[in-house]
Design a protein around this ligand. Sequence first.
Ligand SMILES: Cc1ncc(COP(=O)(O)O)c(C=O)c1O
Length: 437
Amino acid sequence: MQRPAILGGPRSVPDAKPVWPKIDAATLQEIERVLTTEPLCPVGNTGIQGEFENRFAAFHGRNFALATNGGTAALMLSVHGSGVQPGDEVIVSPFTWGASISCALQCGGIPIFADIQRSTFALDPDAVRAVISERTRAIVVVHLFGGPANLNALRGIADEHGIALIEDCAQAAGGWYDGQRLGTIGDFGAFSLQASKNLTGGEGGILICDDREMFERAMSMGTHPQRLFAELTLPEFQQRIDSLAFNYRMHTTSAAIAKGQLDHLDQWTDMRNDNAAKLYDAVKNFDFLEIPEIPNQTSTSKHAFYHMPFIYRPGVLPIDRDLFCRALSAEGMTAEPYVRIPFHLRPRIQNHDYFGRGYPWSLADSPPRYQRGDCPVAEEICEVEFQIKDPLHEECSDVVAGMVEAFRKIENAAEAIAAAASEVVEFDLAERTKGWD
Ligand SMILES: Cc1ncc(COP(=O)(O)O)c(C=O)c1O
C-alpha cells in the first residue's frame, strides 16, 4: 500500500500545475500601455474600461455592460436596477457566497430562501414557486461552481409573476444554457472578475443587461455624475444625477487584464470541461463519492467549471469529509467544502442583524423567521459537499491522473488515516507507517 501524503508519503499531484491567473506578455504590455497613456480614473464608457464594457456586452449579445469594482457591486446594482425597493422580498439561495444574498439586503430587500436542487446546487424552481408572494420583486439565481441553473423554469416563473431574474454569474463566465451564454437569460447577469474567477481582472466585476430603463437605474446608483450626465437618457434618472451614488468604478488595470482574457475564455472553458469529464469518469466508481448529475450538460449547455463539485457519502470510509479533504489537499490539490452553514441558519440572518435595528426586516408587517428544515436539500448538501478548486483550464492529463491516484491512495489508507487522526498525543509517523512504500 502506498503511503498517503497526509501520513508523510510523496504527493500524487505534480507540482507543475496550470497557473492561474494567466498574465501573459500581451497582458503585461496592455497594462503598461494603459498605465502610461490613459487616465487612471476613467469616469465613462471610455478608454480601456469602455473597450472592455463594449466587448463584454457584444460577447454576450447584450445591449449594455457596466464595469464595477467587484462582483458584489455588480450584483447590488443589478438588484437596484431591477426595481427592488426597501421592504420588497427577494428570493435567494441558502447555498452560495454571501454576496448573492447581501445584494438584496443592501437594497433594503428582505431575503426569502428557497431550496436548491441536489444536481445543480442552484435554486429549485418548485421551491421558488412555493415562496413567491405578492411582495416578491426579484429572484437571484446563482450558477454555482459554474454549473447552469434551471433557467428556463426560473425565467418562466419570473415572467409569470412580473418579477426580475438576476443571474449571479460570479463563478460562471464561459458557461452556456440552452444555446445562450450564462448571464443573458436573466434581466441582469452579474459577474465577478476577482483573481480566482474564470475571467479575471485581479479584482472587478461587470453587469450586463438588455433593458435601457433597468440599466440606467442600475448605473445611476453606482458611478460618477460625470458619466451619468454623459450616458443617462431617461428623464426619470437624469433628474436624480448627483454624487450621492456609490462609487463602484473599476480600476483601469482590471479592465486591461480582463479584456484580453475574453479571447481565451471559450477555449479555457472547453479545457476545464475536458479535464472535469476525465476526472469525474475516473473516480465515478468510488463508493464514497457521488458525482453530481450536471443535468444541463448538453450540446447547447455547458458547465463553466470554476470549481468541480463532489458529494462525499458519509459512513463509507472511516474518515469524515473534512479529513478526507485534508488528505486530498496534502496530495497537492485543493479540496474543501464550500458552504458549511446554509445562510438561512446563520446568526446574522436568523437575528435580523445586518445594518442594525432589524433593517430591512423591520419594514415587513410580519418579518420572515428562518428555520432548520426550510431548505432541507441545502442543509444536507452543506454536510456532504466538497469541491476541487485547482485551475484546470489547460491540458494537464498528468495532474488529473495524479488526482485520481490521490483518491485511490486515500481510499486504501483510510483506516490508517483515521487511526492517526484519532491519536491525541504526538506519534511517530515514520514508525507507524513503516513498510508502506
Ligand atoms: C457566487 C458569488 N457571487 C458573488 C461573488 C462576489 O464577487 P466579488 O468577490 O468580486 O465581489 C462571489 C465571489 O466569490 C461569488 O462566488
